[in-house]
Each structure stands twice: as structure tokens, then as C-alpha cells.
Ligand binder design. Structure first.
Ligand SMILES: [Fe+2]
Ligand SMILES: [Fe+2]
Length: 271
């Protein structure tokens, strides 16, 4: 299965970058499954139901979220009717929406997509390790699903690496989101799971993690509440990674980063 995962879409710049490039990327890379993190798609904060539908209309199959999941309150009432929008698995019991989804491709192959949040330097939540393992006991790679992708939405790379090792051999890909900075550590772990600490954001990098730099810098310097942060509006770099998996084992055969547009150096998978 050929899977593209794109990191946090930030504001209009990120949305425009993804919607402009995705149809061609889908064709050019023969993608079977496209997953994007869109927790910052609505003006940097949250995801409106309308933007979720727009993303799906341009070739996105599954949307993951994170700590900004509920910044757009209108999603709270609609998420239960949107099976392809996944919020963190370790939110408290009774939270609307779901922490994972199983997508069935046109040819019948199935893929599990999970969103889970780390706890280091983040809100206190339920144990991401235990809950993910409990979920995977019900979705066996190569048995009930042909591929499985876990988006680890976390601040600390140490926690992401640790979860990668715990899930190695049990899923196709463990990929980090939330820092908005792409890491160069993409690799296939010992037991066959592809891993990258952070996919990076889809947004304008002439910014502070996607937000206009002047106001963001002032917050650090003045230590006082300032003006509301606004997304930067320059051209986005669309950032993520591509994985090719083996349909029998569900494990990764190849992994490569993708970066297109904007001010970061370009990268395109060549398989
Ligand atoms: Fe984010
Ligand atoms: Fe986040």
C-alpha cells in the first residue's frame, strides 16, 4: 500500500498548499491512502467541518487532530458523523468522535489510522502506550488490516521514539506531529515499522511554527499577553512522508520524506 502522511496543516497557506498539490501527488506517486493532520487548518486553531469536507474533496482520506481538536467548537457536534476524522485516542472516555478509524480502499484492502497524544509537556491524558496496544489487539496487522498508521501528536521526541519502539512490528508507520518541524530521522525500525519523529507542518515556514513571527516573538520577549496569533500567509511548504508497505505483512518496505514548495529544501520520494 502506498501511503502519504502530511503534517499539521496551518491556516489558509497550508490548506492552499495541500489542495493545490495533492491531486497531482496522488497521481504521480500512485497513492492508495492519504492522511493529513489538520488540527491547525482553521486559521491556525482547530478544524471546521467545512474545511474537513474540502480536504476530503481534494484527495484526503483520513484527517487526524491533536491538542487543538476542539478549538473549533462546531466540530464537536459534527465529529460523530465524520468517520474519517480522528481525534486523539487517549482523550477521556465519553469524548465525542473516535481515536481510530478503519478505511476500506476501493480494492477492499483495509488500513487502520490512529491518533494518539503524548503526555510530556502536554495536557495530562490517559496512557498512550497502553491504550494504543489495547487497540492494536483488536486490529491485527496483516490479518484484519493490511496497513496501520499511528500519528503520535507529541512535544517530546523521546516519547515519540519510545512509542515507535513499543509499536515496532505491530504497525506500518509511527509518525510524529505537533512540533511543526520536519525531522530527518525517517527510517524503518528493526521489526519493520517505518518511523519519523515529526512530519513537519504544511504551512509558511517564514513564521514561528506557522504563526506570524512578530506577534509570536513579542510573546517570548515581553512575557505579557499580546495580540492574538495569526497564521503566516506566505507560500506553504507541504511536508510529510511516504511509505510503501507489504500487503501480506503490513510492514514498511520503503519510507521517504516529502517537502514541496515554500522555503524549505525540496524532497520527493523516488519509489
Ligand atoms: Fe499543530
Ligand atoms: Fe498540536
Amino acid at each position: 500500500m502506498r501511503i502519504l502522511f502530511l503534517g499539521d496543516i496551518v491556516g489558509r497557506s497550508g490548506r492552499d498548499g495541500v489542495t493545490a498539490r495533492l491531486p497531482e501527488l496522488r497521481r504521480q506517486l500512485s497513492l492508495d491512502l492519504v492522511i493529513v493532520n489538520a488540527e491547525n487548518a482553521s486559521h491556525g486553531f482547530g478544524l471546521s467541518p467545512g474545511i474537513a469536507r474540502d480536504l476530503m474533496g481534494c484527495g484526503v482520506d483520513v484527517i487526524t487532530l491533536g491538542n487543538h481538536a476542539w478549538d473549533r467548537r462546531d466540530l464537536i457536534g459534527e465529529i460523530d458523523g465524520m468517520p474519517a476524522v480522528v481525534r486523539p485516542l487517549n482523550f477521556p472516555p465519553g469524548t465525542p468522535g473516535q481515536g481510530s478509524t478503519v478505511v476500506t480502499l476501493a480494492d477492499g484492502r483495509k488500513a487502520l489510522v490512529v491518533n494518539v497524544m503524548g503526555r510530556l509537556f502536554m495536557d495530562p491524558l490517559d496512557d498512550p502506550f497502553r491504550l494504543t496496544l489495547e487497540l492494536l489487539a483488536r486490529h491485527r496487522l496483516g490479518v484484519t488490516v493490511q496497513a496501520a498508521v499511528v500519528d503520535v501528536h507529541a512535544e517530546a521526541s523521546s516519547e515519540k521514539w519510545a512509542l515507535g519502539h513499543v509499536l515496532d512490528g505491530k504497525v506500518s508507520l509511527v509518525v510524529g506531529t505537533h512540533t511543526h518541524t520536519p525531522t530527518a530521522d525517517h527510517r524503518i525500525l528493526k521489526a519493520g515499522t517505518a518511523f519519523q519523529s515529526d512530519a513537519g507542518m504544511c504551512g509558511d515556514y517564514d513564521s514561528v511554527i506557522g504563526m506570524q513571527k512578530e506577534a509570536a516573538v513579542a510573546r517570548f520577549v515581553r512575557k505579557m499577553p499580546g495580540e492574538r496569533l495569526q497564521p503566516a500567509e506566505g507560500e506553504a511548504t507541504v511536508c510529510g512522508l511516504m511509505v510503501e508497505t507489504d500487503d501480506v505483512t503490513g510492514l514498511a518496505r520503503k519510507v521517504a520524506p516529502l517537502r514541496q514548495g515554500g522555503m524549505l529544501s525540496g524532497a520527493m520520494p523516488d519509489f
